[in-house]
Design a protein around this ligand. Structure first.
Ligand code: BDR
Ligand code: CA
Length: 312
């Protein structure tokens, strides 16, 4: 039986590849809907980009909802410097023809969790955690209904990318992240420690292009685009493909290793706001609340991704 998921996202080229991976994997994943959140770019663009991505996969039937347009307590910080003005710069994609759903994304999350059998829906946040935290605040009864939250966010050994101490998704809405990490829901975290090993090298980028399909070309052009920024920044072999690790974990969990530890979110300090303080060495007696991943089989990950994108 495929696993039912909701993708909560701020596309973003890497979010886009994650959505395609889910849509290409119907045996393992049933995508109930996509909720857009403000993050890499403002909400109107992320809600539009999510629909563009569905159309790349030929899936105009997917339900896409707009969620929260700003973090719980801070003004929105965006990342056009990484993702371009539209959030999805790279290939020329048509304006989406499919509709945006009328319902608010947060209400869709709440209604879905209430309607589906206990413990059968997994939430996959790929952006700031505003929608998920708002749903938990509005409807605390849903917490025990979630099967698992598998999210991209945070860092421990890699520390930060948007500030010296914080990863982007957590930094944008640390208050929301705190609510999620304190919710008691089983959480799996794909931090920068993992995603900085998922590098799109030239050979991996060529493999997407060599698929000879439209989705293959589009993925290659997306990863080409945001590679520029990360190469300048890290001088690395290619850009980290962060968000698809979340979906890959649902399909092939054995590609990842980590530790079940305590993770707390810094919300007070100006210097380190949004830091994910992971007790990797288990030096406190704080109760573990998340499976914090530390490593992945990068070749296995890209082999899976390329094979699946090839199915679209
Ligand atoms: C995260 O920030 C965003 O820019 C990416 O889409 C990813 O979700 C990486 O820090
Ligand atoms: Ca993202």
């Amino acid at each position: 039986m495929p696993r039912k998921i909701i993708i909560d996202t701020d596309p973003g080229q890497d979010d886009a590849v994650a959505i395609l991976l889910a849509l290409a994997s119907p045996e393992e994943i049933e995508l109930l809907g996509i909720t857009a959140v403000a993050g890499n770019v403002p909400l109107d663009l992320t809600a539009k980009n999510a629909r563009k991505v569905c159309e790349v996969a030929g899936r105009a039937d997917v339900k896409v909802f707009a969620g929260c347009d700003r973090p719980l307590a801070h003004t929105l910080v965006t990342a056009e410097h990484v993702h371009g003005k539209t959030g999805l710069d790279g290939p020329d994609l048509p304006e989406p023809a499919m509709p945006l759903q009328d319902q608010h994304g947060v209400d869709f999350i709440i209604d879905t969790l209430r309607a589906e059998p206990f413990g059968t829906v997994t939430l996959c946040p790929l952006g700031p955690l505003t929608n998920i935290a708002t749903a938990l605040q509005k409807a605390p009864d849903i917490a025990e209904k979630v099967q698992e939250i598998v999210l991209m966010g945070g860092a421990y050994f890699e520390v930060g990318n948007i500030t010296p101490a914080a990863e982007f998704n957590i930094y944008v809405d640390p208050e929301a992240a705190e609510i999620v990490f304190k919710s008691g829901i089983p959480i799996v975290v794909m931090p920068l420690d993992v995603t900085h090993k998922a590098l799109v090298t030239a050979a991996r980028n060529d493999a997407f292009r060599a698929l000879g399909t439209d989705p293959g070309r589009v993925v290659a052009e997306w990863t080409d685009f945001f590679e520029r920024f990360d190469k300048e920044k890290y001088g690395s072999a290619g850009a980290p493909l962060h968000d698809p690790t979340v979906i890959a974990y649902l399909i092939r969990p054995e590609l990842f290793t980590g530790r079940h530890v305590n993770v707390e979110i810094e919300t007070q300090s100006d210097l380190t706001r949004g830091m994910t303080v992971a007790d990797w060495w288990r030096v406190t007696d704080r109760a573990p609340n998340a499976m914090f991943m530390g490593d992945l089989d990068a070749d296995g990950f890209f082999a899976l991704l390329t094979e699946r994108i090839g199915r679209l």
